[in-house]
Design a protein around this ligand. Structure first.
Ligand SMILES: N[C@@H](CCC(=O)N[C@@H](CS)C(=O)NCC(=O)O)C(=O)O
Length: 254
């Protein structure tokens, strides 16, 4: 398989999972096409023709001709779901980009970090935003992740797919607390902003500055669009109890 196969990534602006893949593609200096999916108004063709296993994003197509919205990828193209799997695939097909370090110990650390983000951070975030879980649960996971950061640099020193897994959530949480959540839960928003700026999170603040200075972040982080989209999702949630296409809670009575 050559590195010159066409890459198409199906992404949604509000989801952190495709954002992971976009970051890694930018870091690899890859040429790729993005097809944007609106998860709040998802068109049938996506699940029917592209990703029949749940219609989730991200979804990567490797090979085949140029794709347009509504088209099915060619049968001989490689098709990969799950952001973690896609990140590893990109590390494999772009070895010169060092998206994973060569040292087996650092590789293991990167993978463990990703596993922790997936197992704990996402759950704590959904719990805080939609299920009434305390902000402190989310902060505690940030603290746990901060504790494994080296004194300087990225998760395992050089930027890696471990950073790709974490950055989309970190930048979303910061921005939602600062810009959007005050309209829904002003006390928690204020508390969260203050906490993340406090000495408790000094290392994470430095990490955030380093991340924001990275061209891959500025090219892929659509802050305004993400915040607008989150507000749409939150308004729907308050009316219907729908968190996403898999989770729904009873609408709180007023
Ligand atoms: N474990 C998956 C999670 C992907 C996922 O849950 N994507 C959500 C968006 S956050 C999705 O596409 N949901 C389909 C929908 O909302 O219709 C990954 O890492 O790629």
């Amino acid at each position: 398989m050559s590195e010159t196969e066409r890459i198409t990534i199906y992404a949604a602006v509000d989801s952190p999972f495709p954002h992971r893949v976009l970051l890694a593609l930018e870091e690899a200096g890859a040429t790729y096409d993005t097809i944007w999916i609106d998860l709040m108004d998802k068109e049938e063709w996506y699940e029917q023709k592209v990703n029949p296993a749940g219609g989730k994003v991200p979804f990567l197509v490797y090979g085949g001709p140029k794709l347009h919205p509504g088209e099915a990828p060619s049968t001989d193209a490689v098709k990969i779901a799950e952001s973690r799997v896609i990140l590893e695939f990109l590390a494999d097909i772009f070895p010169a980009a060092h998206l994973l370090p060569a040292d087996p110990v650092l590789r293991a650390r990167a993978r463990l970090f990703i596993a922790t983000v997936d197992a704990k951070l996402i759950k704590a975030l959904v719990g805080f935003l939609f299920l009434g879980a305390p902000l402190e649960n989310l902060l505690a996971v940030f603290e746990e992740l901060q504790a494994v950061l080296p004194p300087t640099g990225f998760v395992v020193g050089e930027w890696s797919i471990a950073d790709a897994s974490f950055i989309p959530i970190l930048v979303r949480v910061r921005s939602l607390l600062e810009n959007v959540l005050e309209n829904y839960n002003p006390e928690a928003a204020k508390e969260g902003v203050e906490a993340l700026r406090s000495p408790r999170f000094a290392r994470l603040q430095q990490y955030y500055e380093d991340v924001m200075a990275r061209p891959s972040t500025s090219k892929t982080w659509s802050e305004e669009k993400v915040n607008l989209s989150f507000a749409r999702r939150m308004d729907r949630f308050l009316k219907t109890g729908i968190i996403n296409n898999e989770e729904r809670v009873p609408v709180p009575s007023t």
